[in-house]
Design a binder for this molecule. Structure first.
Ligand SMILES: C[S@@+](CC[C@H](N)C(=O)[O-])C[C@H]1O[C@@H](n2cnc3c(N)ncnc32)[C@H](O)[C@@H]1O
Length: 298
């Protein structure tokens, strides 16, 4: 990116980089090149710090000074205004600044707030998208957000915001970020709506990290399961029929097969279960899972 002259001073630039969910393999090439060029990297803790540590462990030498602003869920030791001011201060001093944020900066990441602030201060900003945890973390549990005949749309939401108006039924996948603290409430709200208490739910903790773990239940029992398992942030909560496609959901499919063979009506729910079973049968031949992933066996 070309440096901008402001009077006599040459301004640096800011590159907002998505670090992905915390695995250096999921950083983009544009992101890596930006890190290599940077003079200063202002990094969040969740996702971003793990990527920098992995790059160092793999022998990638970055010349930049790294400033850890320490954002983890619910814990922001450096307030947002100070982060904004810090980035601008370094860019004004002529430095190439990378603002490294977990996942994708524009998915519940306040990325546009930061870039608007820089632009208002006359600093040029480039954005390098990242792999969002909303899609990549369910994938470690074998959960696609859409699947033919099972779900054709999905919604990503912050569990801190009201979820009463979320669209669709169990064929419309809901992905909740920051969803552990309010899980009991959210599950209750969604269970009372079109999805119902039997709608499958998966929680994937610390996707791609050493604490990666999958818990599968239903809207009716997930809060109790999470309490027993002491489920913690960071975690992604996935709600919808697609959860049945996970290799970790065998117990749900078994339970539903028993119910449907007892109740051979033409009820829409029976058809949905049948559709997932057919998809699973087709997928079994090609799906492999990492043997070290930990699953709930209720
Ligand atoms: C403030 S949001 C930021 C989301 C980010 N911009 C993205 O696109 O992934 C932080 C939330 O993302 C989710 N998250 C991020 N990385 C994760 C990971 N590796 N495993 C599980 N959840 C993760 C958690 O729900 C966490 O509370």
């Amino acid at each position: 990116m070309t440096a901008i002259r402001n009077g006599t001073a040459t301004l640096g630039t800011v590159t907002l980089v998505g670090a992905g969910p915390g695995d250096a393999g999921l950083l983009t090439l544009h992101g890596l090149r930006a890190l290599e060029r940077a003079d200063v990297i202002v990094a969040d803790r969740l996702g971003a710090r793990a990527v920098l540590d992995q790059l160092a462990a793999e022998g990638v030498e970055l010349r930049a000074e790294v400033i850890d602003v320490g954002k983890t869920p619910g814990h922001h030791p450096v307030p947002q205004e100070e982060i904004n001011a810090l980035i601008v201060r370094h860019a004004r001093a002529g430095r190439e600044v990378v603002r490294l944020k977990g996942g994708d900066p524009f998915v519940l990441g306040r990325g546009r707030e930061e870039s608007l602030y820089c632009e208002a201060e006359g600093i040029a900003v480039r954005v390098v998208p990242g792999v969002t945890s909303a899609i990549s973390v369910p994938a470690v549990a074998g959960i696609p957000l859409t699947h033919r005949n099972v779900a054709t749309a999905f919604t990503v939401a912050s569990a801190h915001d009201p979820i009463e108006q979320l669209p669709g039924g169990s064929d419309h996948t809901v992905v909740l970020l920051m969803g552990i603290g309010t899980l009991g409430h959210t599950a209750g709200v969604l269970a009372r709506g079109a999805r119902g208490a039997d709608c499958p739910v998966a929680i994937v903790e610390d996707g791609y990290g050493s604490g990666e773990r999958v818990t599968v239940g239903t809207l009716g029992d997930i809060a109790a399961l999470a309490a027993v398992r002491k489920v913690r942030n960071p975690a992604v909560v996935v709600v919808g029929d697609v959860v049945r496609l996970s290799p970790h959901a065998a117990h749900l499919r078994d339970r539903e097969t028993e119910t449907t063979s007892r109740d051979r009506t033409n009820h829409p729910r029976s058809r949905a279960v049948g559709s997932v079973s057919r998809s699973m049968a087709a997928a079994r031949a090609t799906t492999s899972t990492r043997s070290d992933r930990k699953t709930l066996q209720p």
